[in-house]
Every structure is written in C-alpha cells, then in structure tokens.
Design a binder for this molecule. Structure first.
Ligand SMILES: [Zn+2]
Length: 159
C-alpha cells in the first residue's frame, strides 16, 4: 500500500515536498524518518497561532519570505476574519502584493483554521493507514464533508 511509503516521514517534510512539487521546485534532499508525538505537537501548535503561521510559512518559503513580484523579503502579516475561518496573508512591505499562506498548495481551498488543518494533517500522516473522515469529524469538530475533503487531500499527499 502506498501509504506505507510515507510512514516515518515527518509531516513537515511531506508538506514541504508537496508544496515544492506544486511550485515545480525539485528537491534532492533526503527525507529523514521522524515520527512526532501528539504531546509535542500540541505543545508546539495548540493555542499558538504564531507557530501555526510560521509552520505554513516555512513550508511555502523555506528560508525566508520572498515576494514573487518584487523579491522583497519584508512583509506584514494581515489577518482576515471570514465567516467560516480566519486566514492570514503576507503583504509585501515594498509593493504590497498579498501572498496567501496556502495558495498554490494542495490546501488552498481548505475551509479550516490553520490549527485545525495542521492537526488534521498531523493525525492523518502520523498513522500508518491514515485516519478516517468520521474520526476527523469528531476530533476537529467539523462537518463530514469538510473532514472528507481533508482526508482526500491527505491521501493525495501520500501518493
Ligand atoms: Zn513585493
């Protein structure tokens, strides 16, 4: 089963791999086996939106942020409060182009807050055979359709 191939890879490596693939950047970096603990995960990300943002930012821009219009490395973080979720964009401090944290990645249409998204992906990828949409529903407190979409995206990450 293909899912087994990713067993032991860190969530960070997998998401980075996917995002790089979407951006047509190939990486020869060897993925090191690493399984994270749920305790450590919650210590790092629960009630810490700054760390969640930093996680997705470092996935999309390994190293440092770079504006794709002018190349500037400085940005302002802009919070967008929507009906279903709060999202964040990085606005270039030079040309003011706004860069979504998730656009261009497999999660760009995701209707989950960053922490819920990260937790769902973590739970899925940290299990050998993933986690079912039913379980994601109750753990993340989301409806079945949202959980199913997330589960499907996680499965794509594993292929
Ligand atoms: Zn710019």
């Amino acid at each position: 089963m293909k899912l087994n191939r990713m067993h032991g890879f860190s969530i960070r490596s997998i998401i980075r791999l996917e995002i790089r693939w979407r951006y047509n950047h190939m990486s020869n970096k060897v993925l090191k086996p690493k399984k994270a603990s749920l305790y450590q995960f919650t210590q790092n990300y629960s009630n810490n939106i700054g760390n969640c943002i930093e996680f997705f930012k470092s996935m999309k821009w390994p190293g440092e942020f770079s504006c794709d219009r002018c190349g500037c490395h400085k940005y302002y973080l802009v919070k967008r409060v929507g009906k279903t979720k709060t999202s964040y964009v990085l606005e270039c401090s030079s040309c003011h182009k706004q860069h979504s944290l998730l656009s261009g990645t497999i999660f760009q249409s995701c209707k989950l807050d960053l922490y819920k998204l990260l937790l769902g992906v973590f739970l899925f990828l940290n299990e050998n055979k993933g986690i079912s949409a039913i379980n994601l529903c109750s753990i993340l407190d989301v409806n079945h359709k949202t959980a199913l979409l997330l589960e499907n995206k996680c499965r794509i990450l594993c292929h």
